[in-house]
Design a binder for this molecule. Structure first.
Ligand SMILES: [Zn+2]
Length: 148
């Protein structure tokens, strides 16, 4: 939230936020709240979008914290002889770990795509290498069939 934003500092911020989350249009929100369409548009770009980016970054941090807490709870259950609770906790911690790992892999794959060199297949993401190999096979087969 920016203190300089007239939407953020408006008493209508709760209504505006609820309407934004419900995918209401800028004009619709302006009519309902009395705020100007220009300031609402600026708020969407500078405040709402910035917040979404921030929560994506913080999400990883929260996930790691959660996994650590679950791990500690599972350990405590185990020490108290509660093996069912221990297993349930470990299974949850594992799921958190898998989710974090998937997010990291997605990010890695995305960054590879951005830095892929068209003249160096080794820099291509695995999916692109597979697609290209399939394409080459297809072309070769078509050429071979045509030559018969
Ligand atoms: Zn704002």
């Amino acid at each position: 939230m920016k203190p300089s934003c007239s939407v953020c500092s408006s008493p209508e911020i709760a209504l505006a936020t609820a309407m934004i989350q419900a995918d209401a249009g800028v004009d619709e929100i302006a009519t309902a709240t009395g705020l100007s369409a220009e300031s609402l548009e600026r708020h969407m770009v500078e405040c709402v979008a910035a917040l979404a980016e921030d929560s994506l970054l913080n999400s990883d941090e929260r996930m790691r914290g959660l996994a650590a807490q679950i791990g500690a709870a599972a350990l405590a259950s185990g020490l108290q002889g509660d093996t069912k609770g221990q297993l349930a906790g470990l299974s949850l911690a594992l799921r958190c770990e898998i989710e974090s790992r998937r997010a990291l892999e997605n990010r890695l794959e995305k960054s590879k795509t951005v830095h892929a060199d068209p003249e160096n297949p080794a820099t291509w993401p695995a999916e692109a290498q597979k697609l290209f190999a399939g394409f080459c096979d297809f072309v070769l087969k078509a050429r071979c069939d045509a030559a018969k």
